[in-house]
Write a protein that binds this ligand. Structure first.
Ligand code: DAH
Length: 331
C-alpha cells in the first residue's frame, strides 16, 4: 500500500465533501472495514509500520472529524440565518366566529325580559300529553292531538309542540306572583318549506299576579316588539282563539320589507303575524290548583325563527337550519 497516496486521496476526498453525509462516505471509503488502510493495518507485522499506519489512520479520522464539525457549524449558521423567526411580526388572524342568528335573537329576548324582571326557564322537550295538551285545556278533539300533527313517542308522551307547557310547570312549582319566559325547541309534523320546519324555537311568556289586565299584556308585547324590531315598526292586535287563553289575541308587527305598504313578504297586508297571546284561561288556573277569582295573568308565545326572519328579512327559514357559513356570516 502506498501510504502517501492513500493519505492524499483521503484528505482531498474529505476536503471536497460538501455535506456531513459526504464526509461519512469518505470515512467509510478510507477507514471502513474493507478499506485498504485498515486491511493493511491488520496485516502489519512490524512495529514501525504499525505506528506509521496508525498515525495515518488517526490523521484521516481527525481530518474527517474536523470537516464534519466545520460543515455542521456552517449548516447551523445557514439555518439560523434562513429560519429566523421575527416574533415582532403580526400573527395570522384566527377566524373568529359569531353567534347563530337564532341564538342572537334568543339573547335579545332574554335581555328584554330580564330587564322587565322576568326569570328565564328552560324546560324538557319531551312532554306528556297531560302537560302539552290536557292541562292547557286543549279540547279532546283538537287537531294538534293527532299523530298527523304531532310526534308521539308513545301513547302518553310527545315531542312538545309548543313551549306553553312551561306555564303549567311554573305554576305547579311555585306560588304566584310569577313572571317567566321559557325558551326552547318545539316540534311539529310539518313538511319542510320556505316558512315551516319541523323543529323550531319559541319563547313563551307568563305573568300571573293579582289584578293583571289585557292592558298589561299589550304594554308588555309592545315593549318586547320594540326591543326586537326597533321603534319604527308598528304593533297591532287581532282577536283569536287559543285553548288556554281567554280572550286570545294575535300581535302583528308592521312589515319591515315594505314599511307597511304591502308586499310579497306580508302577503300585501302590510302586517306580519308574530305569535299568540291572551289572558290565562280560568280552566288553566283550576288545572294547577289556583283560584281564578284571586289570580289573573297573561301569556304569549312567539317563534324565534320568525323573529330572526323578520329582523333580517330572511326569505327562507331553511337557511337558519342548514349551517351554510356563506349565509350565516351575513348576520
Ligand atoms: N302555543 C301557541 C302556538 O304555538 C302560541 C301561544 C298562543 C302561546 C297564546 C301563548 C298564548 O302563551 O297565550 O301556536
Amino acid at each position: 500500500m502506498d501510504a502517501q497516496a492513500v493519505e492524499s486521496q483521503a484528505l482531498s476526498a474529505i476536503e471536497a465533501a460538501a455535506t456531513v453525509d459526504e464526509v461519512e462516505e469518505a470515512r467509510v471509503r478510507f477507514l471502513g472495514r474493507k478499506a485498504e488502510l485498515p486491511q493493511a493495518l491488520r496485516a502489519v507485522r512490524d512495529r514501525e509500520t504499525g505506528m506509521t499506519l496508525n498515525a495515518l489512520r488517526r490523521r484521516i479520522a481527525e481530518s474527517a472529524d474536523a470537516r464534519e464539525e466545520e460543515l455542521g457549524r456552517a449548516e447551523l449558521d445557514r439555518r439560523l440565518r434562513e429560519e429566523r423567526v421575527d416574533v415582532t411580526l403580526p400573527g395570522d388572524e384566527l377566524p373568529v366566529g359569531h353567534l347563530h342568528p337564532i341564538t342572537q335573537v334568543r339573547r335579545m329576548v332574554e335581555d328584554a325580559f330580564l330587564g322587565l324582571g322576568y326569570e328565564i326557564r328552560d324546560d324538557r322537550e319531551v312532554e306528556t300529553v297531560a302537560y302539552n295538551f290536557d292541562k292547557l285545556a286543549f279540547e279532546p278533539t283538537h287537531a294538534a292531538r293527532s299523530p298527523r300533527d304531532t310526534f308521539f313517542l308513545d301513547e302518553t308522551r310527545v315531542l312538545r309542540t309548543e313551549t306553553s307547557a312551561s306555564q303549567i310547570h311554573q305554576l305547579e312549582e311555585r306560588e304566584p306572583p310569577v313572571y317567566m319566559v321559557s325558551i326552547g325547541r318545539v316540534y311539529r309534523r310539518d313538511a319542510i318549506t320556505a316558512t315551516r320546519y319541523p323543529i323550531f324555537h319559541q319563547f313563551e311568556g307568563l305573568a300571573v299576579d293579582r289584578g293583571i289586565t289585557l292592558a298589561d299584556l299589550k304594554g308588555t308585547l309592545r315593549h318586547v316588539m320594540r326591543a326586537l324590531y326597533g321603534p319604527k315598526r308598528a304593533v297591532r292586535f287581532r282577536t283569536h282563539y287559543f285553548p288556554f287563553t281567554e280572550p286570545s289575541i294575535e300581535p302583528d308587527v308592521s312589515c319591515g320589507v315594505c314599511g307597511g305598504e304591502g308586499c310579497r313578504t306580508c302577503k300585501y297586508s302590510g302586517w306580519i303575524e308574530m305569535g299568540g297571546a291572551g289572558m290565562v284561561d280560568p280552566r288553566v288556573f283550576e288545572n294547577v290548583g289556583l283560584d281564578p277569582e284571586a289570580w289573573s295573568g297573561f301569556a304569549f308565545g312567539c317563534g324565534l325563527e320568525r323573529t330572526a326572519q323578520l329582523r333580517h328579512d330572511i326569505p327562507d327559514i331553511r337557511a337558519l337550519w342548514e349551517g351554510d357559513l356563506r349565509v350565516l356570516r351575513q348576520f
